[in-house]
Design a protein around this ligand. Structure first.
Ligand SMILES: Cc1cc2nc3c(=O)[nH]c(=O)nc-3n(C[C@H](O)[C@H](O)[C@H](O)COP(=O)(O)OP(=O)(O)OC[C@H]3O[C@@H](n4cnc5c(N)ncnc54)[C@H](O)[C@@H]3O)c2cc1C
Length: 354
């Protein structure tokens, strides 16, 4: 716990780092953000769905109760940055699993009736559920505007930040770039495996790819289509399709295999066969073995904190967990949910040797 208002260095250049920066800005905590977007980062590749529903398990996902707070955060950030990056649309999910009708009907009756229409079956035998209003955040736009805003305030510097392990055990203010910091928050995504004091965290990179397609086919409705992947017409004739999942492909660049998979899924979801590829991207979700985030103070190096492990739900998780971390750093203990706490990795962090 820090006894006075800490001066905080935030390391990272993705969603987690920028969300934390704006949380700290709003709370009046002095901070400086240093980060560099690198090949393979998750945030620029994010499809952008802010979604409290977990399709695979027929119900609400972990952290669903944070949905309203997260959405309010992004709406307020739009105002602050004078830039729109949140869009809304209904979402149609098709589910071919034999047990889908029973499970989605139960979910609709018990917890999802305010979010979704009653499940039905389509002509091909898929169970069809429609979520009435889902938010999408353009993460690349958010990041670009946030960088511009923070840079103008002298609070952001685009550069890599490194520190030789294990030289983290200081009790003095940390001097960097002419400033003194009391604490460092490492929001590194998968790059924490390579540098910084949190190398021992078991981040599991999960590669995801997406494409943008153009087509002259006329489709009027503004609906997010989902069956394993999402397809959405961002503007007339331009579709965004994503995202793949791979735990094996560690190449940072987009792959041919994923492109073929994405195109096939687009055809299945929309029935459109005539299109051209406009863009193709890839990134690594910073996932964890138990699919929960990794947030909190290092057990040995107490000036160092992690905000990581957002996996595939960074948009839902980051606003809540960044605030919880900030409150914890200010001495308001117990705000970080136990399931997301670094306590579960104490042994690994303490025993880690280069
Ligand atoms: C294809 C794909 C689709 C996705 N779709 C969705 C979605 O629809 N909804 C959703 O909620 N989530 C989605 N996600 C997940 C979401 O993108 C992540 O949860 C979130 O972006 C993680 O953000 P982060 O800042 O923790 O990590 P990252 O985005 O990886 O950012 C870490 C950044 O820190 C920088 N960095 C690291 N170390 C240093 C250092 N030492 N010095 C300087 N800079 C450093 C890196 O270069 C990088 O830019 C998706 C992810 C992918 C890959």
């Amino acid at each position: 716990m820090l006894k006075k208002l800490p001066r905080v260095l935030i390391v990272g250049d993705g969603l987690s780092a920028h969300v934390l920066a704006h949380r700290m800005h709003a709370a009046g905590i002095p901070f400086f953000l240093q980060g560099m977007d690198t090949l393979g980062a998750a945030s620029p590749a994010a499809w952008g769905l802010l979604n409290p529903v977990h399709f695979r398990s027929f119900g609400l996902s972990y952290g669903a109760s944070w949905y309203e707070e997260s959405l309010a955060f992004y709406k307020a950030l739009e105002q602050k940055l004078s830039q729109k990056f949140v869009d809304y649309a209904p979402l149609e999910h098709l589910d071919a699993r034999p047990e889908a009708l029973v499970h989605w009907s139960m979910a609709w009756e018990s917890e999802l009736y305010s979010f979704m229409e009653k499940p039905t079956k389509d002509s091909l035998g898929n169970v069809r559920i429609v979520l009435s209003q889902v938010a999408m955040v353009s993460v690349p736009t958010l990041l670009q505007e946030s960088r511009n805003y923070l840079r103008k305030q002298g609070l952001y510097h685009q550069a890599w930040f490194d520190w030789p392990y294990p030289d983290f055990n200081h009790r003095e203010p940390i001097a960097h770039a002419g400033n003194q910091f009391d604490a460092v928050v490492w929001a590194q995504g998968i790059r924490s495996l390579e540098s910084g004091p949190f190398k021992a965290l078991p981040i599991k990179p999960s590669k995801g790819e997406g494409i943008q397609l153009s087509t002259s086919a006329q489709v009027g409705d503004k609906v997010i289509k989902h069956k394993g992947m999402f397809a959405f017409q961002d503007s007339p004739g331009f579709w965004r399709v994503g995202s793949t999942y791979s735990w094996h492909d560690m190449r940072p660049e987009p792959s041919m295999e994923a492109m073929e998979e994405l195109k096939a899924r687009f055809i299945e979801l929309t029935g459109i066969n005539d299109f051209a590829l406009v863009d193709h991207w890839a990134g690594f979700r910073p996932a964890s073995p138990d699919r929960k985030a990794m947030v909190g103070q290092h057990p040995l190096f107490d000036q160092h904190y992690a905000l990581n492990g957002m996996g595939s739900k960074g948009l839902l998780m980051a606003p809540y967990l960044a605030k919880a971390l900030q409150e914890e750093m200010m001495g308001d203990l117990g705000k970080i949910p136990k399931l997301c706490s670094l306590d579960r990795f104490t042994k690994r962090l303490i025993n880690f040797r280069e």
